[in-house]
Design a protein around this ligand. Structure first.
Ligand SMILES: [Zn+2]
Ligand SMILES: [Zn+2]
Length: 348
C-alpha cells in the first residue's frame, strides 16, 4: 500500500486551503482506518475555509479538516472488537472523553472534553481518515455513499425535531441551510399538522418545497411574524425550530411562538444576541430547548430507520458533487451572496 494520500489542509492561519500529500494515518489500538468514499461540506467547514473569528480562535493549523463522510474500513486497531475490515461506516464526529460526568450519565453528546473530528483533530477531507471505534456508525451496505455522508447533519435535524415533539402541532422552521431543510422534511414525517418554513435563499426555498411544508415564507419579501400570525389565526405556532443562528430569526421566532409553546434553539449565532428575556420568554411561559450534536447513539438509529424506511429522502438536498481537489469551486458556491446549492459532496 502507498503511504501517502491526497488531503485538504488548512496549512496556516488565514483564508484558503492547500491540497497536500499527507501520510496515511496509522490507526491506534482503538481506532479504525477508513477509505473515504464521499465527504460533505458543513457550515463549519466554510467557517474554517474562510477563517472567520470563530475559526481563528478554535483551529490550530496545520490541520486536515472536514468531518462528514462515508467510507469503507480498510484496517482496524488491535483492540477493535465491533468493527471489521470491509464495513461501511460514517462517524459520530463528536469524540467523547468517556470519563466525564456527562459521558458517564448518558449524555455523551455534551461531553465536557469533547474533541471534534476535523476541528480539534485531523478530519476527513482526505483519502483516508482514522477514527475511534466508539464513533463508528456501521451503515447498511445498501445505503448510497452520498446519503450516508450527510447522516451527521441529518442527525442534528432528527435530534432537534425529536426533542421538540412536533406530532399534531403547528411548527415554524427558521433557516434554509441543509439542516433547516432536513428539519422541515423530518417535521413533516413526524406528523406536524401545520408546517411553516422560513428562509431567504430562493434556491433553497425551492428545495424546501419538495418536502411539502404548508407555507414557505421568504423573509426578504414578507414579515414572518405577520404571516405566521395570519396563518395561525393570531395564536402563533406551538413549536419554533430555530435552525439559522440569525438574530433576527430568533426574535421573529419568539414573536411567532404561541404562549406556552416550545422554542428549540439549534442555529449558532456569530456573536452575542440581545434577548428581552421578560417579553420574549418569561411572560410567554415558553419552553426553551437547546440542541447540540446528536444523542449518542440513539439519534443514529433513528437516522438509519428514517433513511432505511424511505420515510425521508435526503437526496433532493444533495445538489452538487465535486472532486475533493476542486474544493475551492465548491466553497465559492457556498460563499456566494445568492447560494445556488443545497448540500455539496466531495469525492476524494
Ligand atoms: Zn457537520
Ligand atoms: Zn466526556
Amino acid at each position: 500500500m502507498t503511504t501517502t494520500m491526497k488531503a485538504i489542509q488548512k496549512t496556516q492561519p488565514g483564508p484558503g486551503v492547500k491540497l497536500i500529500d499527507a501520510p496515511i494515518p496509522t490507526p491506534t489500538s482503538h481506532q479504525v482506518l477508513v477509505k473515504v468514499k464521499i465527504t460533505s461540506i458543513c457550515g463549519t467547514d466554510v467557517h474554517i475555509y474562510n477563517w472567520d473569528k470563530w475559526a481563528a480562535n478554535r483551529i490550530r493549523p496545520p490541520m486536515i479538516f472536514g468531518h462528514e463522510f462515508s467510507g469503507e474500513v480498510v484496517e482496524i486497531g488491535s483492540q477493535v472488537e465491533h468493527i471489521a475490515v470491509g464495513d461501511h461506516v460514517s462517524a459520530e464526529t463528536h469524540i467523547p472523553c468517556g470519563g466525564c460526568f456527562q459521558c458517564r450519565t448518558g449524555q455523551m453528546h455534551i461531553c465536557k472534553d469533547v474533541e471534534i473530528l476535523g476541528v480539534d483533530r485531523d478530519g476527513c477531507f482526505a483519502e483516508y481518515v482514522a477514527i475511534p471505534e466508539i464513533c463508528c456508525i456501521k451503515n447498511d451496505k445498501s445505503l448510497p455513499w452520498d446519503v450516508a455522508s450527510v447522516q451527521e447533519p441529518f442527525g442534528n435535524a432528527v435530534f432537534t425535531v425529536s426533542e421538540s415533539a412536533v406530532a399534531g402541532k403547528s411548527v415554524a422552521v427558521f433557516g434554509d441551510g441543509p439542516i433547516g431543510i432536513f428539519a422541515v422534511a423530518i417535521a413533516r414525517a413526524y406528523g406536524a399538522t401545520k408546517l411553516i418554513a422560513c428562509g431567504m435563499q430562493p434556491f433553497r426555498l425551492e428545495l424546501i418545497k419538495k418536502y411539502q411544508p404548508d407555507h414557505v415564507i421568504d423573509v426578504t419579501k414578507a414579515d414572518p411574524r405577520e404571516a405566521i400570525k395570519e396563518i395561525t389565526k393570531g395564536e402563533g405556532v406551538d413549536v419554533v425550530l430555530e435552525m439559522s443562528g440569525a438574530e433576527r430569526a430568533m426574535h421573529d421566532g419568539f414573536a411567532a411562538l404561541k404562549r406556552g409553546g416550545t422554542f428549540t434553539a439549534f442555529g449558532i449565532p456569530s456573536g452575542p444576541v440581545q434577548i428581552e428575556i421578560a417579553e420574549e420568554m418569561i411572560f410567554k411561559g415558553l419552553k426553551l430547548l437547546a440542541i447540540n450534536g446528536r444523542r449518542m447513539f440513539e439519534t443514529w438509529y433513528e437516522v438509519a430507520n428514517l433513511l432505511g424506511s424511505g420515510l425521508v429522502d435526503v437526496r433532493p438536498v444533495i445538489t452538487h458533487e465535486f472532486p475533493l481537489a476542486k474544493i475551492d469551486d465548491a466553497m465559492a458556491m457556498l460563499n456566494a451572496k445568492e447560494i445556488k446549492a443545497g448540500k455539496i459532496v466531495l469525492k476524494p
